[in-house]
Design a binder for this molecule. Sequence first.
Ligand code: BTN
Length: 246
Amino acid sequence: MNIIKLNATESTNAYLKELLAEVMVKDFTVVVAHEQTKGRGQMGTTWEAEPGKNLTFSVLKRYEGFEVAHQFMINVLVSMALYEQLKKLQVPDLSIKWPNDILSGHHKIAGILIENILSGDKIQASVIGIGLNVNQINFNNLPNVSSLKLILGKNLELDELLLSIMKTMEETFALLKSKRTLMRDSLLEQYKKVLFRKDKPSTFKNQDDELFMGFITDVSLEGKLIVTLEDDIKKEFDLKEIKLMY
Ligand code: BTN
């Protein structure tokens, strides 16, 4: 594993993608920044993190013949690796809010932004961006956000935590490579078990900002959220189409 440590950059995902366009970047190269000036979140949002207090990093993962049709497995694998790591730290009441926010109780503590580099129907590589709130204690105007320090009551060493996350992620990717189908099924099963608000009555918002009720009952292999609505009607949604309200 190569680690590139930056003092400040706009976004580690953007930095890694630019680097890829210029030089040969090895599998599992990690770019970690003390500060991101334009951290990116999912769906065009921003990712805010106080400099030096959190983990903001991106990992390059290369593949041989990974089919685009299976791309949701990358989200599942990365979410589960992060989930397992946080479980080892005894973070209470952990869950994954579809598709890949990591929550403790009702509070988001980590977000994941995966950008895939495609060649035809194959994924050549992924830039896996992870933001984990570690030692920050003030999250002004962000009521549903927390950090490991607020939850566990102690500071954690950032470098050590990064290495443990990387180790878990590398091991899980190696297992996926050697036992592809078996691992795919078992990771997806584990993911579904820890899904936030699974089988609970929940409120969602659609693209027209209308609220509706339903139960999260499943996630498809393609990564669509399956919600059971009134009269037992099951409907699949992708990320642009639905927002789960807290
Ligand atoms: C989300 O929950 O919306 C995803 C947040 C992802 C944030 C990380 S921080 C490191 C990497 N670089 C970025 O610009 N974004 C990701």
